[in-house]
Design a binder for this molecule. Sequence first.
Ligand code: ADP
Length: 486
Amino acid sequence: MKLRTKIHLYSSVLFALLFIMTNLLVYVVFSTMTLQQQQSRVESQTNKTADNMRQSSADTSAADLLRAYVPVEGMIRIVRETGSNTLLVTSADQQQLAERPVSYLEERSAEIITYNQQRYVFVSVPVIWNDGQVVDIQVTESLRQTEQYLNALRIVLLIVTGLAMIPVFLSGHVLGRIIIRPIAAITATMRDIRRSGQFQRLTVPSPSSDELYEMSATFNSMIDLLESNYDKQKQFVSNASHELRTPLTIIESYASLLKRRGMNRPELFQESVEAIHSEAVRMKEMTEQLLLLARHEEQWNLTVETVDLLDQAEQLSREFDTAYHRRIEIRVAPELQRQPALLSVQTDAGKLRQMIFILLDNARKYSSEDITMELALDHAQRSEQAAGKRQTAAAEPNRCIKIIDRGIGIPAEELDKVFDRFYRVDEARVRQDTGGSGLGLTLARRIAEALDASIRLESTAGEGTSAILSLPSAPANLPAFSANSN
Ligand code: ADP
């Protein structure tokens, strides 16, 4: 059964039941009250009649008395204990009542009876008659008029129920349509997307706070996200293939050169092998970086341990000096000199080194003077925390590792873009001079996120760049931390 039919059916049936129950209750309460009222009326009337008859029985004949008190639609009779000498008077249209069997009742009684498929109020009051005997004065009064009223009420209630069902039926139909329309629109759009392969949006009417509007808006934002991810992916694949094609072309051209003239010109051999080797190394590095970027953080197998930042800095400085003959000056802020314990943090040592390495390597590539590595507390991060902008689990301030170079710098308008994949400032010169891939900072930022850290750049073109790494004393988002720190 379709959802629309279900909504329609359930709402109509529910409302119909509700109406029927309400009207039934109204009818039952009203009819009971009316019949009780009629019964008490006849009862008090009969009491009054009995009193009057007792007082006037001496000088008026019993038949006259009965005629005076006979109800408009009914019968009055005097019943003796023996059941004989019964006197009765009926109204003109209730003569059949005279045939109703006589019964003498010792007690006062009042009830509703059915005789010849008609309902009557029957009241019997015992009185002492003028001859000293106890007799019953019995009044039987027809409820025909009351029943006519109740019938009319029944019909009115039935008509009201029927009429009320029309808007209920229509509203169920409308409700079904209102709810189904956006769902049907989403389904149709999804089908269109599948058929055409194009991302499409729903036309969302005026903004409102209802769930259906929210559902359509959420669908559209989900499609936005999917489209932007898809575009990024496409961009990434085309960039990656473009980036890999360049070294491959270089390798191929040097290889063909070697094939053609390598034997005859040994000087070409040296140059070609070097070019092939350096391009192969670059390709390998790029592929590794790409693989790491493509992997989910959970697959990185991060292990959190206690790491001494000064130790790491000194080790990296030595390595850089050996490999590139570049001096890295290490400075430790006075507050950390006073409290060396603050130089220890809980983090993944390997990933931290990889991140610092990328920043140092950039400083090396884009400057020629000495590089400075400064260890301090990150007060900027602490003031952000105080202003409530950022929530970190650690109460301690973040540690700050600042890598300062006095090189070519980055123009202000490029500062945000350098974190994008494959983005390089002044592409041609940089690639030729340094062999960079444009993936280093992207990877560094990904690692930083995984370690609950952050990286920002401050730079002045032509003067130099500072890469600031803000590291928490312990990462809040790594499950490995809780396991290892116990
Ligand atoms: P690459 O492998 O090209 O260095 P990165 O992602 O590490 O890739 O850097 C992106 C771009 O940012 C670099 O190509 C360079 O133009 C610029 N850049 C990064 N660090 C520095 C720096 N310390 N000084 C000057 N420019 C830098």
